[in-house]
Write a protein that binds this ligand. Structure first.
Ligand SMILES: [Zn+2]
Ligand SMILES: [Zn+2]
Ligand SMILES: [Zn+2]
Length: 139
């Protein structure tokens, strides 16, 4: 009697049911493997999403959205690729002052109203209201 047994594990997208073969990896390795392929793996809830169906949630207002990370970023999301559940929706910017490292989070119009000079190319290089003012004064 001969036997041949094949163990193969697949990671399945909870959104579209695409599956990714990870051979005979352990569950833990499977997550790492999937992450290498651009998948989102939620260890807490055991959910997986393929690179087209990331689930992001704004940690400021709990808005959620689904899509590929690039798509979502193009739509204005600020995605934390390691912790997609800690992302910021298009309405919530996380700005850091390039001068004093002060930071703030909020809707763009509120931050601009408060005097932030938003650097759209790199939010980490924005100017806080105080520094924006000092800059103006010394000019
Ligand atoms: Zn999918
Ligand atoms: Zn938000
Ligand atoms: Zn500053």
């Amino acid at each position: 009697m001969s036997y041949r047994e094949i163990h193969e594990l697949f990671v399945v997208c909870d959104e579209c049911h695409t599956s990714l073969s990870v051979d005979d990896a352990t569950y833990e390795d499977a997550d790492n493997e999937a992450a290498d392929h651009g998948w989102q793996c939620d260890e807490l809830q055991g959910r997986h999403y393929c690179s087209l169906h990331w689930h992001v949630e704004c940690h400021d207002c709990d808005i959620t959205d689904v899509g590929s990370p690039d798509e979502l970023e193009a739509a204005g999301w600020h995605i934390d690729r390691d912790y997609p559940w800690d992302s910021l929706c298009p309405n919530h910017l996380h700005l850091t002052c390039r001068e004093c490292r002060k930071w703030d989070v909020g809707p763009r119009h509120r931050l601009e109203y408060e005097g932030w000079q938003v650097n759209s190319a790199d939010f980490e290089k924005s100017l806080c209201p105080e520094c924006a003012k000092t800059k103006k004064d010394t000019k």
